[in-house]
Ligand binder design. Sequence first.
Ligand SMILES: [Zn+2]
Length: 272
Amino acid sequence: MVSPAYAAERVLDELGVSDPSDLLLLPQIARARGARVKEQVLQGAEARLTVLGKKGIITVSSKTVSPERKRFSIAHELGHFEIHRDISVVQSCEAKNIDWEFQNSSPDLEKQANEFASMLLLPGRFFAPLCKETDPSLDLIADLAERFQVSLTATAIRYLCFCDEPVVLIFSENGRMKWFQGSRSFTELKEDLGLYIDLRARLGDSTYAARLSRGNIAPKTSGRVRASAWFSSGEYSQEAAIQEQSWSIPAFNSVLTFLWIDEDLDEDDFDW
Ligand SMILES: [Zn+2]
């Protein structure tokens, strides 16, 4: 069995995809690989792959409204077709498993299909250079999400793979943190300074995310906050400040937060 990364690269190479705009023609890409895409009502599944010899049929639920979500489902099923067609002739995939945000809790085949989808829709060869064009921010990620027609959260998670700065993405729901994920540089800093984000805790009162989840500021907000507002412990100066950008995601009563540690945390002098 080939790896998801290899399988995604192979699709791009063999079809000669040379520009990000080619990726917007996803049903045509699937068809060129031998899988036809259709929509219909599905019971208990968001998408399905049926393998018929060398061909496949990708069915996506007609109830799925978001075009970005539909694209991700097609790419996920194409992943099963490219990687797993010798293992299983029918893959019926539930919504909770077609989701790179929570891929760690998915079964292995689902994780691999999610990884393939991520690498096909946001390929490093096109996406990585764009991640380095400007300072880290949710605005940059939103621009990239629109350009590649992928959800904001999914784009943000992929962005972390290519961002050289210490940044961390935090998703919270109803005032509580659900998960966080950092760039490689953040992970190193976290280990060096023993930074700790307490996922059991409610959002700190002084964070923009907490104010957003209480609904009393504009849905897109940013500013400097003390590092201690986010990191419950660590070897950082009590005066240390970081950049916070928080946007509300109203459909899920959630907030997506992007933290950028743009100064040394263990120095005593800080510019506010
Ligand atoms: Zn699946």
